[in-house]
Design a protein around this ligand. Structure first.
Ligand code: PBG
Ligand code: ZN
Length: 324
């Protein structure tokens, strides 16, 4: 059908028709809010490169989780900043570590909020890498045991789901086996399967104090040029027992989300990372874009590309908008 028989605008003019034929709907059910937990009490430290985001002691953290719960957000993702760092990341798997305490605090006061924990070592190692360092190299296999121990300690603290972000080969299998052996066979794993070595993580590394102290993460995170490799990474993690596959970052990788959605049959998550958040906030603060509208359009695009779950620092803001 061609013009003038076909006029696309016939179904665009009235809001009722636009609603009827809308192909993609974003809902609060799609959102997961990442939060940063710190030791202490009564502290709410603004993160300079992420306006509106804070490092939170457990008392403040719980308040935000309750607010998120009341807005209908089904899950939060917890990151921890430990009181001390060492080469073996011992505070990552301590039963009284920061994430373990934060999980307990949240589950105690908002039991129906699903708590997902980021499993990695980079906030806990003094060198800032996601695995153990041996002779200036990241030792993949030596890291697996500590990563699995960290995931187990989160499950023991009451986490509802664990999410390894370290990108060591084989860690999903190791975590699955450890959880199963310790009677946590019902705890799902959301794997950061397709995680690119991205400059968009800059603000996060300031927020989580997790920048590598030498070199970069290119030896274990993916090359932004690759997309076939994304299928390999996802397939490997699925075979090792992942329940949800994540792509990260989101906005510059919508093609990867779309492609994986066609190729795999598991739920998919996409992480709209700190740099994506910071760019929109910065433009909004300059008065150059309507931040709220850009956030909603961006989240919609991630959903349209194929993500079932969107991790975003804008989750609370977006939920409020969706509830209006
Ligand atoms: C660390 C980790 C990173 C993020 C989540 N977990 C950063 C990195 O790999 O350096 C990034 C999140 C964001 O930028 O919002 N394993
Ligand atoms: Zn890491």
């Amino acid at each position: 059908m061609l013009f003038p028989d076909f006029r696309a605008r016939r179904l665009r003019e009235k809001n009722a028709f636009r609603r009827m034929i809308r192909e993609t709907t974003l809902t609060v059910d799609d959102l997961m809010l990442p939060l940063f937990a710190i030791e202490g009490k009564g502290i709410k430290n603004p993160i300079p490169s992420m306006p509106g985001q804070f490092q939170l002691t457990c008392d403040h953290l719980v308040k935000i989780v309750r607010e998120a719960y009341e807005a209908g957000i089904p899950a939060v993702m917890l990151f921890g900043l430990p009181d001390k760092k060492d080469p073996l990341a011992t505070r990552a798997y301590a039963s009284d570590g920061i994430v373990q305490k934060a999980v307990k605090a949240v589950k105690e006061s908002v039991p129906d909020m699903a708590v997902v924990t980021d499993v990695c070592l980079c906030q806990y190692t003094d060198h800032g890498h996601c695995g153990i360092v041996d002779n200036g190299k990241i030792d993949n296999d030596a890291s697996l045991d500590l990563i699995a121990k960290t995931a187990l300690s989160h499950a023991k603290a009451g986490a509802d789901m664990v999410a390894p972000s370290d990108m060591m080969d084989g860690r999903v299998g190791e975590i699955r086996q450890t959880l199963d052996e310790e009677n946590f066979s019902d705890i799902p794993i959301m794997s950061y399967a397709v995680k690119y070595a991205s400059a968009y993580y800059g603000p996060f590394r300031q927020a989580a104090d997790s920048a590598p102290q030498f070199g970069d993460r290119k030896s274990y995170q993916m090359d932004p040029a690759n997309s076939l490799e994304a299928i390999r990474e996802a397939t490997m993690d699925i075979e090792e027992g992942a329940d949800i596959i994540m792509v990260k970052p989101a906005l510059s990788y919508l093609d990867i989300i779309y492609r994986l959605k066609e190729e795999i049959d598991l739920p998919m998550a996409a992480y709209s990372v700190s740099g994506e958040y910071a760019m929109i906030k910065a433009a909004e603060l300059m008065g150059w874009v309507d931040g709220k509208k850009v956030v909603m359009e961006t989240l919609l695009s991630i959903k349209r590309a194929g993500a079932d779950i969107i991790l975003t620092y804008s989750a609370l803001e977006a939920a409020k908008e969706l509830n209006r």
